[in-house]
Design a protein around this ligand. Sequence first.
Ligand code: 5AD
Ligand code: SF4
Length: 449
Amino acid sequence: MKFHITTFGCQMNVHDSEWLARALEARGWEPAGEDEAQVYILNTCSVRDKPEQKVYSELGRVAAHLRRDPAVFAAVGGCVAQQVGRGFFDRFPHVRLVFGSDGIAGAPGALERIAQGRDDRVALLDFVNIYEERERPNERTVAVPETRQAFVNIMQGCDNFCAYCIVPYTRGRQKSRHPDAVVEECRALAASGVREITLLGQNVNSFGLDKGGAGVSFADLLRRVAAIDGLDRLRFTTSHPKDIAPEVIAAFGELPNLCPSLHLPLQSGSDAVLKAMRRRYDRTRYLSIVDALKAARPDIALTTDLIVGFPGETEADFRDTLEMVERVGYESSFSFKYSDRPGVAAVNMEPKVAPEEAGERLARLQSLQNSITRKCLKKLEGVRTDAFIEGLSRMQDDGPTWWKGRDPAGRIVNVPLAEGDGLMGMMIPVSIVEAKKHSLVGEKAGSPW
Ligand code: 5AD
Ligand code: SF4
């Protein structure tokens, strides 16, 4: 069977889609372009915007392929699938499988049964209480990613119920994966040549606080993974500030392969808004975490998520956010206009901020961020670092080949190199020669030895 996966949303979804692709390939299925596929899988996200509309229009496009091959069918997974559920079956006859994020482990088997005519329609929408281990495609049939980077899930779901957020409703309760399974997967990846691992979870700092973590804290897990031979770079995302333990902060100063970057969503810089958002930290606590991180690892690059126009946010609240952004000096941030999500607490909070007002605040915030980003990058000119090469740069000219790499903090570094191929997954020593708007330009540095 030929399949095509379209993914919306966060890194967890991207990783889920990659896993699903490997699991299908292990069954002899083949990834294919849109025009050739027989099975279309949409992995959806409902965190912001109008996600259902996007999914419906994609499904409309897929329906057009039925003319080419009447056996074509579609599957919808992820957050929108969890919300709309069997509703997809009524609206779109060619949708034969819906699966939520807790149902993904069963998706490859269900797709196979449907393709073989053993099942007509399947809904995998039940929430589970424990992390369900997913099959690991046979290492010999699946090549190591050329980039030698990998994501490893450490948990699913979230228990925080921030007032604006739909995730606890679509991805269910927090379920930590057994730490031994995490370490074992990381070890196997490193043994097969992977040099960079990102540990993934909705709120990794509360890893182990549910029974699935077998009493192992996130700080302990980090230490165990960092100790794996051959692992040059370790990252994790996402962190909730309220749960970050002093041991995790200290780890940034202690574990040489733990990368000096942290995504630490602030959401708002106003104590009143943070309270209404149910974030359970305030400015003072957040700043004390930032100070401790900078003390542990002075070169740490902090990034964040921000929401403007949360119900009740005043101009003064918004200015508090600007002030915090300036004070922390984030290298970059993702900022969003608040939007109502079905069923979340903030839907009933008043007064709503007018969309034009929210739009104007967003523009002000983004322009402040751009100027801070520029300053942060500018400071790096002349610095000696390593670029871990991910592939070719988008920009090429008549001279040597431009390669795209990342420095330890995850910044993009474009480097011109004599080699036209074969550099993916290599670590190249570079000097930063120029800061662009959102990336750096490097030059190969001589070996220090
Ligand atoms: N409106 C706007 N932004 C939201 N986010 C989550 N829910 C909403 C919402 N209802 C943002 C938060 C979160 C990021 C993944 O998406 O900033 O950290
Ligand atoms: Fe959503 Fe808050 Fe959980 Fe993050 S911590 S997924 S923002 S509820």
